[in-house]
Ligand binder design. Structure first.
Ligand SMILES: [Fe+2]
Ligand SMILES: [Fe+2]
Length: 163
C-alpha cells in the first residue's frame, strides 16, 4: 500500500470526509431556513439526512484516523495543530485576498475566525498541558507499583518472603 502522503485513496477519503461533513452542516443550515419558511416537513427531511451524513463522515474518519491509534494526547495535539494552522496561515492568507478583492464582510469574518481559532488553539493547548501532567503523575504511580513488584519478585528469587 502507498504511504498516507501519496496514497490517492487517502486523499479521496479526505475529500469525501470534507464533502460529507459539509453536507451535514449545509443540510442543518437548510433545515433552519426551511423552518423559518414554514416548511417543517422539508426541514425534518434535511435534519434526518444530515444525521446520515455525519455517519458517513465518521466512517471515513475511522479509516483516516483509526480509533485504535488515537490517544487523548494525540487528539489534543492534532487539534492544536489544526487551529494553529487556521489562525497563523489559512485565515491570514484568506483575509489578505479578501482585502485585495475589497470584500469587507469577508475580511471581518476572517478577522473573527483568526481570533476564534487562536482561542481554540490556546484552550486545547491548556487541556493538553493538564493531560500531560496527569499522565506524568500516573506514570509515576505505575513506576512505584512496578518497583514494588520487582522488589517482591527479587525477594521470592532470593528465597525470602515477598511480604
Ligand atoms: Fe453521504
Ligand atoms: Fe476552531
Amino acid at each position: 500500500m502507498a504511504d498516507n502522503k501519496t496514497s490517492v485513496t487517502i486523499q479521496n477519503l479526505e475529500a469525501a470526509f470534507a464533502g460529507e461533513s459539509m453536507a451535514n452542516r449545509k443540510y442543518l443550515y437548510f433545515a433552519r431556513r426551511a423552518r423559518e419558511l414554514g416548511a417543517d416537513d422539508v426541514a425534518a427531511v434535511f435534519e434526518s439526512t444530515a444525521e446520515q451524513e455525519t455517519a458517513h463522515a465518521f466512517g471515513h474518519l475511522e479509516l483516516l484516523y483509526p480509533s485504535s491509534e488515537l490517544t487523548v494526547e494525540r487528539m489534543l495535539e492534532m487539534a492544536v495543530e489544526g487551529e494553529t494552522y487556521e489562525y497563523t496561515e489559512m485565515y491570514p492568507k484568506f483575509r489578505h485576498l479578501a482585502m485585495e478583492e475589497g470584500n469587507t464582510a469577508a475580511v471581518k469574518e476572517m478577522d473573527e475566525q483568526i481570533e476564534e481559532s487562536r482561542e481554540h488553539a490556546e484552550m486545547f493547548q491548556a487541556v493538553l498541558a493538564k493531560a500531560a501532567k496527569r499522565f506524568a503523575a500516573l506514570a509515576k504511580v505505575e513506576e512505584r507499583h512496578a518497583g514494588h513488584y520487582q522488589d517482591a519478585l527479587d525477594a521470592v528469587k532470593a528465597g525470602k518472603s515477598a511480604a
